[in-house]
Design a protein around this ligand. Sequence first.
Ligand SMILES: [Zn+2]
Length: 457
Amino acid sequence: MDWQLEAEKRKDKMLKELQQLIAIPSVLSEETEPEAPFGKDVKRALEWFLEKGTENGFSVKNVDYVAGHLETGQGDELLGILGHVDVVPAGAGWTKDPFGGVIESGKLFGRGAIDDKGPTIAAWTALNIVKEAGFEFSKRVRLIIGTDEESGFRCVNRYFETEEMPTIAFAPDADFPIINAEKGIAGLVLSKTEWPQADELVSFKSGERTNMVPDLAEATVAGELAEWQERFNTFCARHQVSGSAIESNGYTTLSLHGKSAHAMEPDLGINAGILLALFLKDHLSGDGKHFTEFIAGHFHNDSRGRRFGLEYNDEVSGDTTFNAGVIRFESGKKATVAISMRYSVTYPFEEKMAKFGAEGFTLEIASNSRPHHVDENDPFIETLQSVYEKQTGQKADLLAIGGGTYARVLKKGVAFGMLFPGEKDVAHQLDEFVDIDNLVKATAIYAETIYQLACKK
Ligand SMILES: [Zn+2]
C-alpha cells in the first residue's frame, strides 16, 4: 500500500473538511448549557466530528458533551488516537480571517489549523484510508475527540471516568518524531505571613500565571523619585532591560520589563520579578530587604532549584526546572511565590518535598500532575519509529518535554506529531497555519501506523 499516494488522493476532501471545522469558532465560552458545558460553538465542533463518524459507518458516542469518540475495527484490544477541537481565542492582529480557512502558498490558515484541528483531521482521514482499504482489523481503533484541552483537560478527565482506557494510544497534538517522556508538573506555593518590620517596601508584584516567565514586575517603595531614579536606571542598563519609575505622594513605583517565555525552560526568558528583587535587596532594610534577598538569593541565575537543594536530572527527561511565575508582597501582610516546577521522570518527589523548607516560608503543593513515560524498548514505540522512518527517511529520535500533552492521561500513550522537526510552531499565534504538504505526509504516517498497530498482516 502506498500510504503517501492514498493520502494525496484525499487531499482536497481533507482540506475542505478542515475548512468546515475551522469555520466553527470553538473557543471556550462563559455561556454554557447542560448540553454545551463549554459553550455552543465547542459543542458544534464535537458534533461535526460525530456526524462525520456516523456518515462513514463508525460507531459513535457522545460523552456528556465534553468529549466523544468514533470507533471502527474489532478485537479485544483498543488503539486510541486523541485529538481536540477546542481552540484558544483568535486574538487581534491577524492578517487573514482566523476562521476563514484561507489557502495561500501551500498553507491553510486559521485558528486551530495546527492545534489541533489539522492534526485531528489528518488522523481522521488516515483512519478512513485504512477502513476503506478493507484490511482486517486485529484491534478496535477509536478516535477520541476532546473539547477542553486548552483549559484544563476536563474533557479527557471526564471521558476516562467512564470510558475504556486504550491498550495503546497516540495524540497528534505536539511534535514528531515521538514524545515518550513528559516531566511531572507541580504547582508549589511558598508563603510567609510574619512580617513585623515595616519598611520602605510597600508592595511587590510580578506575574499573573505560573506557567510563564513574568515579563513585568512592579514595586512601590517609600521615597521620592530623585532618590531612586538614577540607581534604578543604572541597574537596568547593566542588565540590559528596560525600566521606568514614577512618583506619587512621596512613594515611587518602579517597573521593570523582562522577557516572557514558557515555564518549561525559564532560562529562555528574563524573569522581571527576580531582577527587580535583585535590585531592591541592596536598597532596602527590614522586611523588604529580607523578602527581596530571599527571592534574589534563591532564584537569580538558578532555575534548577540548586539553592533549595531540589536539583535533579535524569537521562530520559533532563533537568528539573523551577519557574517563579507569580511573586507578591504586601507590607506587613503576606508574601507568596508561586512556582511551576517541571520535574524529571525519575524525580523522588515526596522525598525531596519533605525536606523542603526555607527561611520561614512554608510550602504548599497546590497541584501535582505526575510524570509520564513509555519505555523506549516497548514494541509500540518501535512500531511508531519504524513507520516514521520509512515515511520520512529521517531518524525517529525520542523526545522528552517539560510541557503536558494528552498523552499523560493515558496508560500507554505518546504524543506523535504533527509538527515536523525544524517546522515553525505557530500554535496559539497570530496567523496560525498548517503546511499542506506536511498535513498530507502526516496523514500517510498515521494511516500506516494504524495499519501496523491494528490490522492483521
Ligand atoms: Zn493542542
